[in-house]
Write a protein that binds this ligand. Structure first.
Ligand SMILES: [Zn+2]
Length: 76
């Protein structure tokens, strides 16, 4: 089972990881409620996980113009 990371803003494939525990800590999954987790993580047809994340480009754009994208980037 693998975790596929996709940018939720531009749709770019960020990468794939086989070690979800380490990365879930990095992404802050442990701090999410189960409902928030379900919204961020979906299961693909092949049985892998697809995780809505953010790519470096969008992260950079967000840091430069936080007010433009603030609502998009906040995890509600
Ligand atoms: Zn992006």
């Amino acid at each position: 089972m693998a975790y596929h990371y996709k940018c939720r803003h531009c749709g770019t494939d960020i990468g794939m990881l086989d070690e979800p525990v380490l990365d879930s800590m990095k992404l802050g999954f442990h701090a999410l409620t189960s409902q928030e987790r379900q919204e961020m993580i979906s299961i693909t047809q092949t049985g892998d996980y697809q995780v809505s994340s953010i790519c470096e480009d969008c992260q950079e754009a967000f840091e430069k113009n936080p007010s433009n994208h603030q609502n998009d980037f906040l995890i509600q």
